[in-house]
Design a protein around this ligand. Sequence first.
Ligand code: SAM
Length: 190
Amino acid sequence: NYRCRSAFKLLEIDDRYGLLKPGFSVIDCGAAPGAWSQVAAQRINSVGTDPGSLVGFLVGVDLLRIPPLDGAHFLSNCDLTDSATQTELRYLLPDGVADVILSDMAPNASGFREMDHEKLIAMCLCVVDFAEKVLRSEGALVCKYWDGSKAGQLQNRLANIFREVKVVKPKSSRKESSELFFVARYFKKQ
Ligand code: SAM
């Protein structure tokens, strides 16, 4: 009953790294149609379904409309790379701070592999800039990218501000796709 099969990628990543904990504040970038948000809402207990655990906070953002979901605040038709959107996200978050930032964002693929790759890396770098402003010390970031010549640049940037950066190819990600994920943990807040 997930809105999209992409849920299994986040489930796999989170089962391995245990990033999403009850009570956490999470930002889901590129959240439509909402499958990652379904997984996150469950794991951070943002609906309060588990009365014995802390209640988390989830906010998702997408250029498209995101159908409502219990336990999630959504900013539909908003561009994460836009500073007004980033300001609104910070305003919504309790204390203006996130424990985890997820990004499954992707541009519409043109079919020109190198061009699509560069476009997505630029978007990821924008997410990293945003993470530097809102992530708590020791927080984590998951970001999807398409592999290619500029991936090293993104990895270096992450390695400068996180104590651990892993490359993950979930089993549920199609083998023929160049899609990979950086899982960056232990943010070194300045
Ligand atoms: N994780 C989602 C889920 O499980 O339901 C699927 C995300 S889908 C692969 C990628 C999404 O990124 C698209 O819905 C797209 O509209 C969104 N996106 C692309 N560029 C964006 C931007 N600049 N700001 C916000 N969302 C963006």
